[in-house]
Design a binder for this molecule. Structure first.
Ligand code: FES
Ligand code: CO
Length: 317
């Protein structure tokens, strides 16, 4: 599965405190914890002794201790202590399963296999940055990414905010690709009643979309005139083929609107998306036909082609 060679966002660094943090990536139960050096480690959430969940244990003296028989593991996964055998030096075979973990773009990333590439690169973005989420969504990560790229739903799902039913038409817009085959819509004009948290009135907004990786995308919103511009990055973590955890990272030139208001706006928009997203069947994104495409869906079609080319099999059908 090619997905095991990708880096995936799994948590914010601040989520990993003194207690072990359980999570799921590509159906693998994992535990994140901080070792004696303060570094975050990612282990399989399964003790090599009798298979108990390590995340039910605790971190003691910079080691992860299993809740069942108290075995202790260091940051490298090596078993350091077996309380039932005080004089025994555990051999390498007693080690916990450890995965690669790194920090990038303000998130923690895990790779379950041999990393094939770095996490996606980002362009230079406005300095003010807010993380929205995580949002746990009961559908596949590709469904969420496709929704993020889909402008034809604004007039209905986000009526009065990002669109209105009287202005539902998708205008002609160019679709291009990066050198490495990622779909890009460089300039998409949309009329929006309330495009941003600080908006006082409707405005024409230029959208720039770029698929960053199979489960990540960037949207840059530039209202006409001198109103502030916003970039949103959607990062999706595939937990199972039909569920995911997502973050929206906002970079904005808006210096006037309070954090709380920016958060309320994004929460409102996603609360409009989520029930529709979770209603879609199948939850896996169909890559082999089975859903009707129209000319307004060119970016969705390009995203599906890109996933096919990338050999993605998780969360698709
Ligand atoms: Fe973990 Fe026995 S199952 S110490
Ligand atoms: Co939406």
């Amino acid at each position: 599965m090619v997905e095991r060679g990708h880096w995936w966002p799994v948590a914010l660094p601040g989520d990993v405190g003194t207690a072990p943090l359980p999570l799921t990536l590509l159906e693998e139960p994992l535990v994140l914890w901080r070792d004696a050096t303060g570094a975050v480690q990612a282990f399989a959430d399964r003790c090599p002794h009798r298979g108990a969940r390590l995340s039910l244990g605790r971190v003691a003296d910079g080691q992860l201790q299993c809740p069942y028989h108290g075995w202790r593991f260091d940051g490298q996964g090596q078993c350091r202590q077996i309380p039932a055998l005080p004089g025994f030096a555990p051999p390498a075979s007693h080690a916990a399963q450890r995965y690669a973990v790194m920090e990038a773009h303000g998130l923690l990333w895990v790779c379950l296999g041999q990393p094939q590439a770095a996490p996606p690169a980002l362009p230079v973005l406005p300095a003010r940055r807010l993380v929205h989420g995580p949002f746990d969504v009961a559908t596949s990560a590709p469904r969420v990414v496709e929704n993020f790229l889909d402008t034809a739903h604004f007039a209905f799902v986000h009526a009065g905010w990002l669109g209105e039913p009287q202005q539902a038409q998708v205008p002609h817009h160019a679709l291009t690709h990066t050198d490495d085959g990622r779909p890009v819509v460089p300039d998409y004009p949309a009329w929006q009643p309330r495009a941003t948290a600080g908006a006082q009135q409707g405005a024409w907004v230029r959208y720039h979309y770029e698929v960053l990786s199979p489960y990540a995308a960037l949207l840059h919103k530039q209202p006409e005139g001198d109103a502030p511009s916003d970039a949103y990055i959607l990062w999706a973590c595939p937990r199972t083929p039909e569920s995911c955890r997502v973050w929206f990272v906002q970079h904005t030139t808006d210096t006037a609107t309070a954090d709380d208001e920016l958060r309320r706006f994004q929460a409102t928009i996603f609360a409009q998306d989520q029930p529709v997203l979770e209603s879609q069947t199948p939850k896996r994104l169909p890559l082999q036909g089975g859903e009707v495409m129209c000319a307004a869906d060119r970016l969705s079609a390009a995203y599906r082609r890109y996933l096919r080319t990338a050999g993605i099999t998780f969360g698709v059908c």
